[in-house]
Design a protein around this ligand. Structure first.
Ligand code: NI
Ligand code: MN
Length: 231
């Protein structure tokens, strides 16, 4: 059985057989972060959807301390490799097998750059991930607008889909409900809302809208900061 813990914004901790991982570990500077970088001493992977500060977050510090391997698109991975970090650079639509399970990069309609000191670096393209562990598939959409590509995920039989609902930079509630209809996951977890004034959204409104739309029985699980979900 795999466990998913919500750390605030788009950050999650996943634990399963052979996997202790973070996704988009934006902890320092996140007013609602449910963990600090120093809380993680044993990790083997960090999944980074794109280089924006609220996703790359504390990746470098945590990867250096734990020796965790960072999964991202090839461009962000090569920038991280130059910083002395272990990386697996993949690309959109690419899937690969690892000791804990398979990982696939999914398209995300979003920008990507990395702020490196005073300079802005090319980050490649933003992505999402389908991460398989203990026979379950977790889809973390990253930052994205609604896209028809999500319809392709229906055949993946996603167990848990983490979807942005905050609007402004990503899907809002209305589009996230449509995304649920495209992906048809067993459960959907809202993310990327309330952290900043621009992305204020009510996750319960998302939950009732999904229920009302009768989307194939997908259950919305609104996770509080620090909550753990067994999947
Ligand atoms: Ni972003
Ligand atoms: Mn973001």
């Amino acid at each position: 059985m795999a466990k998913l813990r919500y750390l605030g914004h788009s950050a999650f901790y996943i634990e399963g057989t052979g996997l202790k991982a973070l996704i988009d570990p934006f902890l320092t500077g996140n007013p609602f972060a449910a963990a600090k970088p120093s809380d993680f001493s044993e990790l083997n992977a960090i999944f980074v959807t794109h280089g924006h500060g609220d996703h790359l977050g504390d990746t470098i510090e945590i990867a250096k301390k734990t020796g965790a391997c960072v999964f991202s698109c090839a461009e962000t991975a090569s920038w991280l490799a130059q910083k002395g970090i272990k990386t697996v650079g993949m690309h959109i639509g690419g899937r690969a097998r690892f000791p804990f399970g398979r990982v696939k990069l999914t398209p995300a309609w979003h920008g990507d750059y990395i702020t490196d000191g005073g300079a802005v670096r090319y980050g490649g393209v933003a992505c999402g991930f389908v991460i398989e562990v203990d026979g379950k598939k977790i889809y973390h959409a990253g930052d994205t607008g609604l896209t028809m590509e999500m319809k392709l995920l229906e055949d993946e039989k996603i167990d848990t889909a983490c979807l942005p609902i905050g609007g402004h930079y990503t899907m809002d509630i209305e589009d996230a409900v449509r995304a649920v209809g495209f992906v048809r996951p067993v459960r959907a977890v809202p993310m990327h809302y309330d952290t900043f004034p621009a992305i204020k959204a009510d996750p319960d409104e998302f939950a009732s809208a999904v229920k009302e739309a009768r989307l194939y029985g997908t259950e919305v699980v609104v996770m509080g900061y620090g909550d753990t979900l067994e999947i």
